[in-house]
Ligand binder design. Structure first.
Ligand code: AMP
Length: 268
């Protein structure tokens, strides 16, 4: 199984990636983690990207593409992978497609975690407090100002991937503001469905409802549409992009969609 998790920083990609790893026996490939490891080790790549990452800008495509190209051929990725934080530009997506094509592989799907950007700031502030309470060091980009830069980079450079993958009938959107277990159940439901024979022409439609992240977490459910209440609203911009949150109704069957699991719970 080969998946991509798409969403702005703080959307919960890392958490969901870890759950997919546990469920499917695949590996999590997080370019953010790999780049941070390179910075920590002081490698030439690390030295090159350190300031870029501290500012919250995107690193050059050729660097991250080369990291992923090396990584997906490792034996532990042979059973599949979930990409978390890659691709982040259309050029990276096209490079990934070429890499997979050369190996005769396909993506199973791309999950967009739709979130309310206003709430992301509050999430990151709470994450900073939790990190400090655990006595762990803060990441340089754990800073509301840097988060704004990262969100801006997401809107300008990464959000176009939503259209890119929708055109390929690979995109499925879930409500990233729902409780974590509900998000997991929604993702599991997507991948429990059979693969489509051909692409649906039906356009995605946005959800009109909204949810609060403070809701009590529902118990995790098996692969099924967990909440009959609709997945709740993501940001206005996400609505404007027209992604469809699942599960809401039986969608037409369509392709849905680290270096190892992260050692510590990663935010996103
Ligand atoms: P993340 O942990 O995924 O939010 O990534 C942290 C930082 O690493 C980002 O703000 C970027 O500076 C850099 N980064 C991670 N993945 C990529 C990517 N695919 N393309 C460019 N820069 C990336």
């Amino acid at each position: 199984m080969r998946l991509i998790l798409l969403g702005p920083p703080g959307a919960g990609k890392g958490t969901q990636a870890q759950r997919l790893v546990a469920k499917h026996g695949i590996v999590q490939l997080s370019t953010g983690d790999m780049l941070r490891a390179a910075v920590a080790a002081g490698t030439p790549v690390g030295l090159q990207v350190k300031d870029i990452m501290d500012r919250g800008d995107l690193c050059p495509d050729e660097i991250v593409v080369s990291i992923i190209a090396d990584r997906i051929v490792q034996p532990d990725a042979s059973n599949g992978f979930v990409l978390d934080g890659f691709p982040r530009t259309v050029a990276q997506a096209e490079a990934l497609e070429r890499m997979l094509h050369e190996k005769g592989l396909d993506l199973d799907g791309v999950v967009e975690l739709k979130v309310d950007e206003g709430q992301l700031l509050r999430r990151i502030e709470s994450r900073i407090k939790q990190t400090l309470a655990r006595g762990e060091p803060l990441r340089k980009d754990d800073d509301p100002e840097v988060l704004k830069t990262r969100l801006d980079a997401y809107r300008r450079q990464t959000a176009p991937l939503i259209h890119h993958y929708r055109e390929k009938s690979l995109l499925r959107a879930v409500d990233g503001m729902a409780p974590v277990d509900e998000v997991t159940a929604a993702i599991n439901w997507i991948f429990a469905k059979p693969k489509p024979q051909k692409a649906s022409t039906k356009p995605d439609t946005p959800q009109k409802t909204k949810s609060k992240s403070t809701k009590k977490a529902a118990p995790a459910k098996k692969a099924q549409p967990p909440a009959r209440k609709p997945a709740k609203t993501a940001s206005r911009s996400a609505k404007a992009r027209g992604g469809r949150a699942v599960p809401t109704k039986k969608p037409a069957a369509k392709k849905a969609a680290g270096k190892g699991a992260r050692k510590s719970a990663k935010r996103r």
